[in-house]
Design a protein around this ligand. Structure first.
Ligand SMILES: [Fe+2]
Ligand SMILES: [Fe+2]
Length: 193
């Protein structure tokens, strides 16, 4: 799905079902970080009109997702906990070409965002099918569709500024790196990633 090379271990949904408060808290902060990342991209690349125009509505959408997750917590009398370190995202960030050209770093930032959207989409799909809380199934189905759209959007932005072949070739490297990182991380039900 979405080009990802490693499917999530199906036991992850069972673990997540046992820790609804923790998974919703982690998810809420994923949405907050998605919002912040779109704002950062606009700040870093204000001259790139296509990117700015495409990301402005996504800032609103991701922030509305944050609010939606908070509402799901409230409905269940659960609390938004503290944000925890996202080892998955931190490990992925290390793959951005540090000594690369500004153009290479720009492409990497877009592909990193696309990858996190793709993996979130894959995990939301699993939750939409199998989470123990039935009313969350519909919620995760809606978000799965939304994150799939965002994955496609970041790829579209990349293809606006780079040759398709360049995007494809670097995307394959990102997919390989994500597979490597994911296979080293502990499977935890209190984390989206
Ligand atoms: Fe989102
Ligand atoms: Fe998203």
């Amino acid at each position: 799905m979405l080009g990802l090379k490693l499917a999530t271990d199906p036991r992850w949904v069972n673990l997540a079902s046992l820790s609804i408060e923790e998974i919703l808290t982690d998810h809420a902060f994923c949405e907050q970080k998605a919002t912040t990342n779109c704002i950062s991209l606009i700040q870093l690349y204000p001259e790139k009109t296509f990117l700015v125009d495409k990301l402005i509505p996504i800032v609103n959408e991701e922030w509305s997702h944050f609010k939606m997750v908070l509402d799901e917590l409230k409905k269940r009398n659960l609390k938004l906990g503290k944000q925890r370190q996202d080892k998955y995202v931190v490990a992925l960030q290390n793959f951005i070409k540090k000594g690369g050209s500004p153009a290479e770093r720009f492409l990497d930032r877009l592909l990193l965002a696309a990858l996190i959207e793709a993996r979130s989409c894959e995990r939301f799909r699993l939750l939409s099918l199998d989470i123990s809380d039935d009313s969350l199934k519909h919620f995760y189905h809606k978000l799965m569709i939304s994150e799939a759209t965002h994955y496609r959007l970041f790829i579209d932005i990349a293809e606006q500024y780079f040759e398709k072949e360049v995007v494809k070739s670097r995307w394959t490297e990102w997919l390989d790196e994500e597979t490597r990182i994911l296979s080293t991380l502990e499977l935890r039900g209190d984390r989206i990633h």
